[in-house]
Design a protein around this ligand. Sequence first.
Ligand code: SF4
Length: 179
Amino acid sequence: MADKVKVATVSLAGCFGCHMSLLDIDERIVQLAGQVEFIRSPLTDIKRCTDCDIGLIEGGVCNSENVHTLREFRKHCRILVAVGACAINGGLPNYRNYVPLEECLGESYLDGIGVENPHIPNDPELPLLLDKVYPVHEVVKIDYFLPGCPPAADVFWKFLTDLLEGRDPALPYELIHYD
Ligand code: SF4
């Protein structure tokens, strides 16, 4: 285990679709498991990020907890990667940026269709929503970007094998898409 490359992953304001796409490398996951140790990740259910080689960030930044988590990743990951449209430009969660936060909360908790017991939740345990959803590179420095919604399994494979074999990652044209 000591020689394995340490990888941490997290979903901020994302749907876990990018994580699922990584798993779509299918049987190549066995080869990857021989070279990589997943530390903080939904795969391990470990919640804290410790020092590691590669951090994969899915999802945009929508609340104070996302900011804290992202900064923790930047502090501990030698290479930090924005994975997928939500991390790169806010993606689907970014749609709320077209509506003021107060209106979003009102529609969801006060006067939207089907709302009962209207009140805006304010338990101190709840992370505070930011005024809008931010791409991750607007909060911390990002080293690489993997576009796509989600990036295809072959994108993860090419990117990770390049890094593991000491090459600067380079995606061929046919693997790059921006859906
Ligand atoms: Fe989900 Fe697409 Fe966002 Fe990835 S980029 S978290 S697949 S919506």
